[in-house]
Design a binder for this molecule. Structure first.
Ligand code: U5P
Length: 215
């Protein structure tokens, strides 16, 4: 349980393209899908596994690895920004069940960085979650963590075996807020950025992930 910082060069190479304001909508979305796939593979590498034995077409037995939880994944898409991230995660977990939570922050211009923001959940639909399921909540940007707190509250009520957050950039403030309230969950992220601006945007960040993907 804890924070998994995915800061290998390929992750950072793609994140750098996403941060660059010159990157257009198509390339931005494609980059987020690629990172979703890589994050998904990394999550898979941190699931429990067992040693198994199978028979190959040559009629001989071979020892192998079985990750049973590959079939117990539920991915929650925080609409709309997480949609390309989820597309990538699904490449790693093709059998995943999916839920959506449509959330929007009420943005206000403050004189200091906000510690919380009002979040409206306008639609929420989650599949049946069993006690052996692992729920991956996808949101590319976690700023004040107000959105994620709402999602975590909803998901925790379903009592899954494990909850994992898949994100691209988390603010230092946001990650602390999540860990303080939910010490047992895992956070996979490519970067932890130091600051929030007075509008609640992550600095340096990459801007508004939904706007950059969808206009
Ligand atoms: N968000 C961005 N870029 C930022 C900060 C936030 O796109 O720099 C969006 C995220 O996509 C996310 C929500 O859905 O705002 C998270 O904000 P918060 O609730 O953590 O403050």
């Amino acid at each position: 349980m804890g924070v998994f910082l995915l800061d290998k060069p390929l992750f950072l190479h793609i994140l750098t393209q996403l941060r660059n304001r010159e990157t257009d909508q198509i390339m931005f979305r494609k980059g987020m899908v690629r990172l979703g796939r890589l994050i998904g593979y990394d999550i898979a590498n941190h699931l429990d596994f067992e040693i198994t034995e199978i028979i190959t077409p040559l009629g001989v037995s071979a020892k192998g690895v079985l990750i049973r939880d590959m079939d117990n994944i539920v991915i929650v898409n925080i609409l709309r920004a997480a949609t390309p991230l989820v597309e990538g995660l699904l490449k790693a977990f093709p059998a995943a069940k999916q839920g959506v939570i449509a959330a929007s922050r009420r943005e206000v211009q403050g004189s200091v960085p906000p510690t919380q923001m009002e979040v409206d959940i306008t639609y929420s639909k989650l599949p049946k979650v069993n006690k052996e399921d692992i729920v991956i909540i996808a949101d590319p940007m976690i700023a004040t963590a107000s959105t994620m707190m709402k999602a975590l509250r909803t998901v925790s009520l379903l009592n899954p075996k494990r909850v994992i957050i898949a994100s691209l950039i988390v603010s230092e403030y946001g990650i602390t807020r999540i860990i303080n309230e939910y010490p047992n969950i895992d956070i996979f992220t490519v970067s932890i950025d130091p600051q929030l601006n007075n509008n609640g945007y992550i600095v340096p960040g990459l801007g508004d992930a939904g706007d950059r993907s969808f206009g």
